[in-house]
Design a protein around this ligand. Structure first.
Ligand code: SF4
Length: 71
């Protein structure tokens, strides 16, 4: 059983009715929430998590978007 059915329905709606969130710039074009013609996210908010095994101090190794969903 899906623990968050409403969240899944909301995400499905967002993916088919994408509106750029001007507060969240993003260049990850492989993400289902990325707005194709603008480098913005279509979610109202995102979660940023620490990368597994982080500790190098380099930005690319330390944080990632946990809200990412592959197209
Ligand atoms: S969910 Fe994260 S990776 Fe995907 S478009 Fe939004 S900010 Fe970018």
């Amino acid at each position: 059983m899906n623990p968050e059915p409403n969240k899944e329905i909301e995400e499905e709606f967002i993916m088919t009715h994408k509106t750029p969130n001007l507060d969240i710039g993003c260049t990850v074009r492989s993400c289902a929430f990325h707005c194709e013609d603008q480098d913005q996210c279509s979610l109202s908010g995102i979660t940023v998590e620490a990368c597994p095994g982080c500790g190098s101090g380099k930005a690319k190794d330390e944080s990632m978007c946990a809200s990412y969903r592959h197209k």
